[in-house]
Design a protein around this ligand. Structure first.
Ligand code: ATP
Length: 357
């Protein structure tokens, strides 16, 4: 991991009036660039094999410049080129996934947020330690497949976007579904309920609104993921019958739908965000910026959180012009713009070092 002191030294040499916001041309880049432009920053697109012509169709989100890299190693080896442009990188889900933890940690370029979060986020077990010690309820784990007596979800540890996950209701179904060539997996209680992906933002520098730690949390939006084919499978009738035709439920993310939650659950939503941040401060100095609790609300109105994402998630994309929640903070504010605003405010306060690592 690049030592924090090194990053602090780098930003000392940055011209505060000439900062460039950069991100990988994918995932949530449209709102990151659009938000950075609205806040008056220069923007830089970073591309490896991403196609970038589509930006021509969106002038308000097209980065001022795009540079191409041969591979993700270049983000580490060509760091000086980025530093020379006073770059602050805004990481998103695809950026971290394609880079991999090691390269992402080694990149000697200031990045928005606290990179120490990766060690706690990358593995399902450390995530569980963090979230459960913060008092968050999570789906029950089943240690031995022979103990499956109710619907469970089998998750391969390397999988992303729900790819390859499968549902089993007993040991026989588990044995039929398991792919032993895959590395490791976890078995979780299948929580029946409705899904809410809650998009928060923690600012350590703004003690206003809903206060937590040295600052405050905001709730910017919520989505539900569209997942293929499980979200449409019911149209073909009983799942058991479909299995005879070789059709099995899958959970591959294909898009995002905006949602709101019943208002009486909002207190709980904030309490969960608050305890996750407070615990993160104790464990690793604190998560900074956007994060998402991926939750299921049961018919007892209990939340079960199955995952945390510790940066901007693609579920914020429906809200480039604001959401029913962010509009009550500042109309039209996207998560991308909120990130740029935090950087701008931190620069103005002389506290940039507190929001980058
Ligand atoms: P990503 O990293 O892209 O968020 P992932 O591959 O880590 O995805 P999860 O987010 O853990 O996968 O789960 C994928 C989907 O499976 C969820 O969006 C949700 O629909 C469903 N899911 C996950 N855990 C449970 C559970 N315990 N009970 C019921 N459904 C679940």
């Amino acid at each position: 991991m690049v030592p924090k002191n090194k990053i602090l030294d780098i930003i000392k040499d940055y011209d505060p009036k000439d900062i460039t916001i950069a991100t990988l041309c994918s995932h949530t880049s449209l709102q990151i660039f659009n938000g950075a432009k609205k806040e008056g920053f220069k923007t830089l697109g970073l591309a490896v094999n991403q196609k970038t012509k589509f930006y021509d169709a969106f002038p308000l989100a097209k980065p001022d410049e795009i540079i191409r890299f041969d591979s993700y190693d270049d983000f580490v080896t060509r760091a000086e080129e980025l530093r020379d442009r006073n770059v602050i990188i805004v990481p998103h889900g695809s950026f971290v996934e394609y880079m991999g933890t090691e390269r992402f940690e080694a990149m000697e370029v200031p990045t928005f947020g606290n990179r120490a979060v990766l060690k706690w986020e990358e593995d399902r077990e450390t995530q569980r330690t963090w979230l459960e010690s913060a008092g968050i309820q999570m789906p029950r784990r089943i240690a031995d497949a022979k103990d499956i007596t109710e619907p469970v979800l089998v998750k391969y540890n390397g999988a992303k976007g729900g790819r390859g996950f499968f549902i089993a209701k007993d040991y026989l179904e588990f044995k039929m579904g398991i792919d032993l060539s895959q590395e490791s997996y976890t078995i979780q209680e299948y929580v029946l309920g409705t899904r809410y992906y809650l998009h928060y933002f923690y600012s350590p520098i703004h003690p206003r609104g809903y206060r937590v730690g040295t600052g405050s949390i905001e709730l910017l939006s919520m989505d539900r993921r569209d997942e293929s084919n499980i979200d449409e499978l019911y149209k073909l009738g009983a799942t058991e019958e479909l299995k005879k035709h070789g059709m099995f439920p899958s959970l591959v993310v294909t898009g995002n739908i905006p949602v709101v939650i019943r208002e009486s659950l909002l207190s709980k939503v904030f309490e969960m965000g608050e305890s996750v941040i407070e615990r993160s401060i104790e464990l690793f100095g604190g998560l900074i910026g956007p994060f998402c609790l991926e939750s299921i609300v049961t018919d007892k109105l209990d939340f079960k959180v199955f995952e945390i994402s510790c940066r901007i998630v693609a579920g914020t994309n429906p809200f480039i012009t604001g959401s029913p929640y962010s509009d009550l903070i500042e109309p039209g504010m996207s998560t991308g713009q909120r990130i740029a605003r935090e950087i701008k405010d931190a620069v103005a306060m002389g506290r940039l070092g507190e929001v980058v690592s």
